[in-house]
Design a protein around this ligand. Structure first.
Ligand code: ADP
Ligand code: TRP
Length: 331
């Protein structure tokens, strides 16, 4: 049986790009007959978020984003990474068989070194934490602890899956077949554009928030960049940010309607109003569920605790077996 696993790092507030690129496709996959593991990668977030209160708040908002988007905790394993100590335990064991060179080539580490290089730092590793360096190893452990077979991720995570496969194969060669060698399920993700026309990302401050109220949503939509064309002038929908954003969530039929409006010279204000209304229809039920969840924080904690208990029933025996294989037994 397929064991699907994916995580989201709570390093920013959830946005429309996360919903369309990660949350919705993962939830859609769960309709198939499979086991699934969906988690909040809070240990990964410690690398990026240094304010403790903020980290807690972000973990909470990612949990709410999953639940408000329709995740049913009875149908999946939904948990917080930090509640599963077997993950960090396995990470250490994996680190002992992983060559440092494999991690030297990881994108995040290389990007951090490039920044140091460009700014003329003498020590290429200055300011780079061991956590950032070994991040792909922890990710491998996230995946191998519940022995997942399929991992839906964005293209940017493909290299991490290759590293995970390398590590699993190496373990299996050394200690005997134990881990599934997991496959990346690369989502044919259409990048959702941000309000400034670049990829929507918390790093660019160009997001449309997933859990904001109607006012926040309207404000974000009104911020979408357009040009100085007047109402009545024919507008080109190709390479247009407003249309680009609209096309990431609107049906084909609605997109044709919008193209016609562009051809007919719709004013930017009216076009934005339409984008707002359509988007609001999609986000309204999510927002309502979020408000309900937000007023019952205890419930979220209970859901995560129950999820962790369910997961640990599987991961505890698994890590025990891994330890036995490497030679850590009860004396
Ligand atoms: P960010 O770019 O805001 O830092 P993350 O890297 O935390 O987002 O992304 C979490 C998940 O959401 C990933 O699976 C990623 O592929 C998806 N995602 C993020 N931004 C977008 C986007 N603009 N379009 C589509 N998917 C996205
Ligand atoms: N690294 C992923 C991201 O930044 C999040 C993540 C952590 C993850 N552990 C994972 C995704 C395991 C899939 C499987 O988007």
């Amino acid at each position: 049986m397929k064991r699907i696993l994916t995580g989201i790092t709570p390093s920013g507030y959830p946005h429309l790009g996360n919903y369309i690129g990660a949350i919705k496709p993962s939830l859609d996959l769960l309709d198939e007959n499979c086991e699934s593991f969906l988690f909040i990668a809070d240990l990964h977030a410690v690398i990026k978020v240094s304010d403790p209160e903020k980290l807690n708040e972000l973990s909470n908002s990612i949990a709410m984003a999953w639940l408000a988007s329709g995740l049913d905790p009875d149908k999946t394993n939904f948990y917080r990474q930090s509640d599963i100590p077997e993950i960090t335990e396995l990470a250490w064991l994996l680190s002992c068989i992983t060559e440092k060179g494999l991690l030297n080539r990881a994108h995040a580490y290389k990007a951090a070194m490039d920044i140091n290089n460009e700014s003329g730092k003498k020590d290429i590793d200055e300011g780079i934490s061991v956590g950032l360096f070994s991040y792909p190893l922890l990710m491998a452990s996230d995946i191998l602890t519940p022995n997942a077979t399929h991992v839906p991720v964005g293209k940017d995570q493909q290299q991490h899956l290759e590293i995970t496969r390398d590590i699993a194969e190496k373990f299996n060669r050394k200690y005997g077949d134990f881990f599934n060698v997991p496959e990346a399920v690369i989502k044919d993700e259409k990048t959702v554009l941000g309000t400034d026309g670049r990829k929507m990302s918390k790093s660019y401050n160009n997001i449309i928030p997933l859990l904001g109220d109607e006012k926040d949503l309207r404000k974000a939509v009104m911020k979408i960049v357009t040009n100085s064309q007047e109402p009545g002038e024919k507008k080109d929908w190709k390479d247009n940010t407003l249309f680009g954003i609209y096309s990431s969530f609107a049906s084909e039929e609605k997109q044709v309607e919008m193209k016609n409006m562009f051809n007919d010279g719709v004013g930017w204000g009216d076009a934005k109003q339409k984008v707002f209304e359509e988007l609001n229809q999609i986000l309204k039920p999510i927002r309502e569920k979020y408000l309900e969840l937000n007023s019952n924080q205890k419930h979220i904690e209970e859901v995560l605790k129950a999820g962790a208990e369910k997961v640990r029933k599987q991961t505890l025996p698994s890590i025990k077996e891994v330890k036995r294989l490497v030679g850590i037994n009860k004396l």
